[in-house]
Design a protein around this ligand. Sequence first.
Ligand code: KE4
Length: 427
Amino acid sequence: MNNAKSLAAWQKSQQFIPGGVNSPVRNFNKVGGSPLFIQRGKGSKVYDIDGNEYIDYLASWGPLILGHAHSTILEAIQGAAENGTSFGAATALEIELAELIANAYQSIEIVRLVNSGTEATMSAIRVARGHTGRDKVIKMAGCYHGHVDSLLAEAGSGVATFSVPECMGIPDDFTRHTLVVPFNDINAVRAAIEANPDQIACLILEPIAGNMGVIPPHDGYLQELREITAEHGILLIFDEVITGFRVAYGGAQSLYGVTPDMTCLGKIIGGGMPVGAYGGKREIMENVAPLGGVYQAGTLSGNPLAVSAGIAMLKALSEPDVYDQLETRAAALAEGLQAATKRHGIDAWHSRVGSMLMFYFTNETVVDYEGVQTADTERYAPYFWNLLEKGVYVAPSQFETGFVSLAHSEADIDQTVRAADEVLSKL
Ligand code: KE4
């Protein structure tokens, strides 16, 4: 595979940008080698600056559920751009997107638009603390909610004790109120609550973990979280930045029939443009400035170009059979990959919810962050690079999610399964 231009671009980008990328996971450090520089995308394909074509399962980490450069999205952005790019004032477009979101999410009566998933979760945590007057937050090990200081936290010495920062630059005090427990372990949540009575403002989680591969909740787990948080006056926050409009139009909360107190959204709701959102019941969200005392703001929040793309996206996803089509395509891919690892006697744990899928090179069952650690990442790297050589672009990390879009054809899926079979036969 000729990647001379990507290599040259990476050399140059490192002169001006930390690590040569504007988000760490793009530099392929989890799989080694140098990153691709993408020129363009169309439908299910992306093309790098060396002209190589790939069937894309990264989907920009989730937003591109319609595929790349979808005409409906482009027309919406171009149309909005004719009127200008930003006003720093309210526009009717924001009402339309907010209404689409509120009508789709059981947990959302009113919603604030922001510019990223990080802003959404950071703000939701602040509202929960303002609403309850409590400081502590429970999060799940392995769930990622953006680069929020207090959520970049690792479990402390004991499950129910405060956590420690997981990266430099975060004062211990900033994670002192964060309690980290294992995903899918309701007893750990119960212990954390009992050890911190009346001190916990909220519990935030990805209802389907999508930042340690794909890990669905155990049967009844989300319902148990709903019950135990309600019992203790703790706000339940679903971070549906990945799962929102991905696993169902109404997100994981509609799929599993569990209604949180607040929901964070991002990715798909911007149609590939920068949009995040957080929302909940009116009595909770009325704490948000200018109505209430919880301040949150943003120059480009509700940006007309991004919101126009989001409106076009959600309208396209509200068409009948969209999620049935995604299910059919993703199931075919998952079955093909499962058959291939089995055929070649490769230990693998496969996981899929709707059009989110991943398999781990392990002979263990993967239900939480501990299980993910058993995955052989040394095996994932050559799998990634050999697939790339065959024109298939999957996540450059074992700990991410693969995404199937409406643009992936049967032919794409067949080509992907064939490529994976050849790669796995030699792995
Ligand atoms: P952003 O700030 O990156 O828009 O969203 C943060 C975020 C919040 N919640 C969940 C569940 C998320 O997955 C994310 C961001 N996801 C990562 C990859 N899974 C984005 C990729 C990147 O960091 O470049």
